[in-house]
Design a protein around this ligand. Structure first.
Ligand code: CO
Length: 218
């Protein structure tokens, strides 16, 4: 008996169920993957990419990190994006945040030390840029919600400004970047309505998204 026995047992059951319900499933996947979506989400165990959008293995390429961030010096995330866009030719990049994000809360509380603290500085930058709007909110969970949404908007902007995406658009590649937010409390996704299809529209879409989230006039 090892600590992972349960997982191996689950895996065997899953594998045989998939083979029974989808003929030739693993044989097909072994030779290729053709996902249409790249998912950039939070590492939070309550936000599993494939499950919550009902997609099978092979249908979504996934990158997850603490608080679903796309940082221009993060070669891990940038490599995933490059592979997804240049080789897999995904048609959609989805940045998905979630309400009640622990990373976002830790940034607000300033409660971390070590590497993660550096990582979360990116969130504090967003907070500080709009400090008036955030400081005006008294309810802690409302404040968390707002920073979760603002973070998604910021990361959509970062995806669109990345060399990988800019180059793809320049070449006329069909690629849309979306910003979604997931509600852990009811399992539902919400579109933040900031989908960007070309670099020219980026600024106005982001500006509108920010005004909506901060509830201020444009
Ligand atoms: Co999170």
């Amino acid at each position: 008996m090892t600590a992972l026995d349960k997982l191996f047992e689950n895996n065997k059951k899953w594998s045989s169920k998939m083979s029974q319900t989808h003929e030739g499933f693993f044989e097909k996947l072994a030779s290729q993957q053709k996902p249409e979506y790249l998912w950039i989400g939070c590492s939070d165990s309550r936000v599993p990419a494939n499950e919550l959008i009902g997609l099978l293995p092979g249908e979504v390429f996934v990158h997850r990190n603490v608080a679903n961030m796309v940082i221009h010096t993060d070669f891990n995330c940038l490599s995933v994006m490059q592979y997804a866009v240049e080789h897999l030719k995904v048609k959609h990049i989805i940045v998905c945040g979630h309400y009640g994000c622990g990373g976002v809360q830790a940034a607000i509380d300033n409660s971390t030390e070590g590497f993660i603290n550096n990582w979360l500085h990116h969130l504090r930058d967003i907070y500080n840029t709009h400090a008036d709007a955030f400081d005006a909110i008294i309810d802690p969970s409302e404040k968390n919600d707002m920073l979760c949404e603002m973070n998604v908007i910021e990361q959509v902007k970062n995806v669109c400004r990345s060399t990988v995406v800019k180059e793809a658009w320049k070449k006329g590649q069909d690629l849309t970047v979306h910003g979604l937010i997931y509600n852990i409390g009811n399992g539902l996704l919400q579109d933040l309505d900031i989908s960007v299809k070309c670099f020219q529209n980026l600024k106005s879409i982001i500006r509108k998204g920010v005004s909506r989230t901060l509830n201020v006039e444009e």
